[in-house]
Design a protein around this ligand. Structure first.
Ligand SMILES: Cc1cc2nc3c(=O)[nH]c(=O)nc-3n(C[C@H](O)[C@H](O)[C@H](O)COP(=O)(O)OP(=O)(O)OC[C@H]3O[C@@H](n4cnc5c(N)ncnc54)[C@H](O)[C@@H]3O)c2cc1C
Length: 198
């Protein structure tokens, strides 16, 4: 029985089209849906939080890069509290790692960082308040001890304005340490080699 030439042509076209689609999606590293044979994701990024009930997370999405499938939970908004906590963690860790004898550049960097933070901090109300806090409490970063005590003090100024408990600053070194890091590979701030000055 001879086949209908139009049917053969249509089937061939479909095969070619599927192959091209597959090749293209591999090439640009995207898969709209996980392929059935996909491996277990190496990691997944989660952003869910019980405080986000009014902003339910969107459906998870997937993308594939070479032979790894990534599962990405769609972003839910970050709360002011989460942002604050993360930022204070960053700042106190920076202060713990700040050198005992900072270079002029390092002192300039932390002053600038605080100034920039007071302008671009993602919570406008907090940024505006922090600007006032900085005006009344100019950055003191002559040494590691001075900078971490200054930061503890300004954090307490913010705490007080929010009705939060005042942290005992003599305990700041017990609360905040340097970044855990093998072979001192993260001690960028402790090294003057990466800065051209002093
Ligand atoms: C620059 C900045 C300005 C902010 N301004 C505002 C604002 O105007 N309005 C607002 O609603 N929120 C503001 N926030 C957020 C707010 O400060 C808190 O981060 C947030 O309310 C969450 O508080 P928390 O109780 O989890 O502890 P956080 O204040 O985030 O502190 C995290 C942890 O740091 C430790 N800690 C607390 N105080 C000190 C201290 N003085 N020194 C060292 N360690 C300490 C404690 O162990 C605490 O659990 C601001 C955050 C930042 C970084």
């Amino acid at each position: 029985m001879s086949e209908n030439p139009f049917q053969v042509l249509a089937q061939t076209f479909e095969k070619v089209s599927n192959s091209v689609q597959h090749l293209l999606s591999n090439f640009i590293g995207l898969h709209p849906q996980p392929p059935p044979s996909a491996k277990t994701p190496l990691f997944s990024i989660s952003s869910s939080s019980s405080s986000h009930k009014s902003h339910p997370a969107k459906a998870d999405s997937f993308f594939q890069s070479k032979d790894t499938l990534f599962k990405v939970k769609s972003a839910a908004p970050v709360t002011k509290e989460e942002l604050g906590k993360a930022t204070w963690t960053f700042l106190h860790t920076l202060a713990a790692q700040y050198p005992d004898n900072p270079t002029r550049q390092q002192k300039k960097d932390v002053k600038e960082l605080m100034g920039i933070l007071s302008r671009i901090y993602p919570c406008k109300e907090c940024a505006d308040h922090f600007k006032e806090v900085l005006r009344a409490n100019p950055v003191q970063a002559g040494s590691q001890a001075e900078f971490s005590q200054w930061l503890c003090h300004v954090h307490n100024v913010v705490n007080r304005s929010l009705g939060k408990p005042i942290f005992p600053c003599e305990r700041v070194d017990a609360r905040w340490g340097k970044l855990e890091c093998e072979q001192k590979a993260c001690e960028v701030l402790g090294s003057t080699a990466s800065f051209g000055e002093d």
